[in-house]
Design a protein. Structure first.
Length: 220
């Protein structure tokens, strides 16, 4: 299914979250030097890694429940379709691990031992792994790892589950400590509430314009 409205909604959901984070950072964290900008960017990158790691753990569970709840031959169909999204998860996970290993301090001796050609090869591998991982992060946040390949109702459901998990993670880890408590609560809860509302709108559009619902997708 190719629905421009749904594509714009998915992109808008990601842009809105990024804009809210940038606004919060500029309002409550001094960004007056290149070092401050780098620290803010590193913080956002760490949060993106966390989002992907949570998604890596959540996606198989949600997809597994979805497939198990399907009736008849739909289970086999969804299992075949799940190969590509799950493969994408493994690829991004592997690229994240490769980039980390390529620059790990524990491997400094190995990098020194391989000489200049080896260092160049490791550098190229590192750049490729980082670029691939960043691309995967963008893909996961906008398209939820192309889980629409399984069924069009899966991305909004998975996005809703993921965003509430991330909100819980922010609460547990005490994210945004420099932000006043009231603003922090509004920001942490604003993301899941907004994404849930957008996911509901997406599900409603799928039902009204394309006749797609979770019940029909499960063959019930």
């Amino acid at each position: 299914m190719d629905d421009p409205q749904v594509r714009r909604l998915q992109m808008g959901r990601t842009v809105l979250g990024l804009a809210a984070w940038v606004g919060l950072t500029l309002a409550y964290k001094a960004v007056v030097s290149a070092g401050d900008v780098k620290a803010a960017a590193d913080e956002r990158l760490d949060q993106s890694w966390s989002s992907v790691l949570v998604l890596v753990c959540t996606l198989p569970v949600v997809v597994g429940v979805f497939v198990a709840a399907a009736r008849g031959g739909l289970r086999r169909v969804y299992l075949r379709r799940a190969v590509r999204p799950l493969g994408a998860v493994l690829a991004v996970t592997a690229s994240m691990g490769t980039s980390a290993l390529a620059m790990a301090p524990e491997l400094a001796g190995l990098r020194a031992a391989v000489g200049t050609p080896g260092k160049i090869a490791i550098g190229v591998l590192f750049v490729w792994a980082v670029c691939f991982a960043l691309y995967g992060i963008g893909l996961s946040l906008v398209h939820v790892f192309r889980t629409a390949d399984i069924h069009e109702v899966v991305p909004p459901v998975l996005a809703g589950v993921l965003v509430w998990e991330m909100a819980l993670l922010d609460v547990v880890t005490g994210a945004y400590p420099q932000v006043p408590a009231g603003v922090r609560a509004a920001f942490v809860l604003g993301a899941p509430v907004t994404v849930t509302a957008l996911s509901w709108w997406e599900m409603r559009r799928l039902r009204l314009h394309h006749g797609l619902t979770v019940r029909r997708a499960l063959g019930r």
